[in-house]
Design a protein. Structure first.
Length: 620
């Protein structure tokens, strides 16, 4: 039986292909279905950036049935301007044609529209002017400033100015000198200043066609007073009344395009089905590997599918970004995409081959990986309760933060983490040193069981040897063992993980200590030394006690943590000894030497037992 998400994914892909086909049809259909109102009546221009000419206008070289004559014929002059001739013989340039509002904007190429308007007669024209009349006056003296008149640049003569007024009744009020009325015009008064004229036409009425995005013209190509709106796929007539072959050609082209779209869609569906089959095979192989506890290798394309194109980010660190993924309806994973990955991936795969065989209840399980070119990713089991860091908050945490868990549960987490480290150090074929034990790398499942994660800094070494050479320090500040930073404190070994684990234990305790508000310095080092001083004096730590036995647990965690953070590696217990101390009731635990005495003056090879550790190379 196929996993649920494969069937759903296949259905979604088929829907996407269908949607793509419809989209292509919608895109290409208008391109092949565009016809013309009539043969020879295509949209026309005198120049590319000029007004478009179509019904009811036509250019002079187009057939007469393309326009609504008389009065709507236009022609191009030698400057490629569109010219409209108004009766009886007034030639104006067309600046703009607004077909929706049925307005035409004109201007005089000679820059003296005032001289041409007296000749204009629109009584027998389809064009009308809807503005109030204007009166021109020739004045021998300048007029006082007033907003309802305009100085007309043309005509005029030496010593005289021509002014345009909306009406002539203002003359007695605002004229400061002798003025003579030249003429009264039925046009807007600003026409004379801007040298532009705006006219409207009401017949033919094509506004509704333009609003619908349809063509306007004579029905069936017959010139009548009434116009009609029609789609551009209608059968059209040529000048001689013969049916045009152009719609037939358009139909053939459209049919061909539809066939191509269908073929393309079927091919796309075939590729999709093939890809789904390959994905299904890979998933089935993963499920087999999952049962056999072997990590599966994935391509980067699979990683994108698993994470839904990296949709939900869980966290980010210096070595990579973690995303939530889904392998089936029941299997969720955490996918860590690594940064700065180089090489062909052989070393990465070899390391995965070793770590991938790790299977312990307290170590996060690696279920898959990606080594696709320069891209690297690790796929782990998904743990819903995030990391230990969420549950060791200070008492003074802000409202709304994660609730503190019980000390008994913290002890359970600490013991489980110790057992996980013990497995890494002693339970595998080769010893695995983690080098980055910290609360952020201790994940918790739904029952708050701990699992160690993030082996980005881990190194393998032989069980016969107990130390490892390192070319550079690795780990997180605050959890790094002293010998990792400086060889003055000893040689790097499995005891370095012990130190990091001790810091985690003390952080569990220190996160809930009620520090004295009078103390000026609340740094981590001072807090840990404060813990030691109180235990040394036999005083109880000022922590929040909720149940009987909490005080004993706190003391045990603190003492074990102090033993683990001894500055010299051989002064620390082994992980097996740590586990045994954690499993006991803690009543017989003795306080460790003060680990803070060596912080100021570390001595070279201060511990004589450090000479017993043999230096070995890291396993590549």
């Amino acid at each position: 039986m196929l996993p649920t998400h494969i069937s759903i994914s296949n259905q979604r892909m088929q829907v996407r292909v269908l949607e793509m086909s419809i989209l292509l049809l919608l895109v290409f259909f208008p391109l092949f279905s565009v016809g013309h109102r009539l043969v020879g009546c295509e949209d026309s221009w005198c120049k590319s950036d000029g007004p478009v000419v179509h019904f009811p206008f036509r250019l002079s070289h187009q057939p007469k049935h393309c326009g609504y004559d008389p009065g709507f014929e236009l022609h191009c002059n030698n400057k490629k301007d569109i010219i409209l001739e108004l009766p009886p013989s007034v030639h104006l340039v067309v600046e703009k044609i607004d077909y929706l509002s049925q307005k035409i904007h004109l201007y005089d190429p000679d820059q003296c529209i005032t001289a041409k308007l007296p000749k204009l007669n629109l009584s027998q024209s389809n064009f009308k002017n809807k503005y109030y009349p204007t009166v021109l006056f020739n004045c021998s003296a300048p007029l006082a400033a007033y907003r309802d008149y305009e100085l007309v640049p043309c005509p005029g003569s030496s010593g005289y100015k021509v002014y345009a007024f909306p009406t002539d009744h203002f003359l007695n009020y605002y004229f400061s000198g002798p003025c003579t009325k030249i003429h009264q015009y039925p046009y807007a008064w600003y026409t004379f200043r801007k040298n532009k004229l705006q006219l409207n036409w009401s017949i033919p009425l094509c506004r509704k066609c333009e609003f619908k995005g349809m063509d306007c013209g004579f029905k069936d190509g017959i010139k009548l007073l009434e116009t009609h709106c029609f789609n551009r796929t209608k059968k059209l007539l040529n000048q001689k009344g013969i049916k045009s072959k152009q719609p037939l050609i358009a139909g053939v082209v459209l049919g061909t395009a539809l066939v191509c779209i269908i073929v393309f869609s079927l091919y796309k569906l075939y590729l999709t089905s093939r890809n789904e089959r390959e994905s299904r095979v890979r998933l089935e192989k993963f499920l087999e590997d999952y049962k056999a506890i072997r990590p599966t290798r994935y391509a980067y394309a699979d990683i994108k599918k698993i994470t839904d194109d990296f949709n939900e980010k869980l966290g980010e660190g210096s070595y990579g970004t973690v995303y939530k993924g889904r392998l089936s309806s029941e299997i969720y994973v955490a996918v860590k995409v690594l940064h700065d990955s180089k090489g062909k991936g052989e070393e990465f795969i070899n390391e995965i081959g070793t770590i991938g065989r790790i299977h312990h209840v307290n170590v996060v399980r690696l279920v898959g990986f990606c080594a696709d070119g320069f891209r690297r990713a690790l796929i782990y089991e998904y743990l819903p309760n995030d990391s230990l860091e969420r549950f060791i908050l200070p008492v003074s945490s802000s409202p709304g933060s994660v609730s503190l868990i019980s000390w008994n549960k913290l002890q359970h987490i600490a013991l489980g983490t110790a057992r996980g480290i013990e497995y890494l150090h002693q339970g595998c074929d080769q010893q695995i040193l983690h080098f980055d034990i910290k609360p952020q790398n201790i994940l918790l499942d739904q029952n708050l069981n701990p699992k160690i994660c993030d082996f980005g800094l881990a190194k393998l070494c032989s069980k016969e040897k107990s130390a490892v050479t390192m070319t550079a320090a690795r780990g997180t500040i605050g959890y790094i063992a002293p010998e990792v930073l400086s060889r003055n404190f000893g040689k790097v070994s499995h005891k370095s993980d012990i130190y990091s684990f001790g810091m985690v234990l003390l952080e569990m305790v220190g996160g809930r200590i009620k520090m004295d508000p009078k103390t000026n310095n609340h740094s981590k080092v001072n807090s840990l030394e404060w813990i030691y001083r109180h235990l040394e004096k036999g005083e109880e730590l000022k922590i929040r006690i909720e149940e009987d036995g909490d005080g004993t647990i706190v003391r045990k965690l603190a003492i074990v943590g102090l033993w683990c953070i001894q500055w010299h590696p051989n002064d620390r217990p082994s992980i097996k000894e740590v586990t045994q101390m954690m499993e006991g009731d803690g009543s017989h635990l003795n306080l460790s030497p003060n680990p803070f005495m060596a912080t100021d003056t570390p001595k070279l090879n201060a511990s004589p037992l450090s000479e017993d550790l043999d230096v070995i190379l890291e396993i590549e």
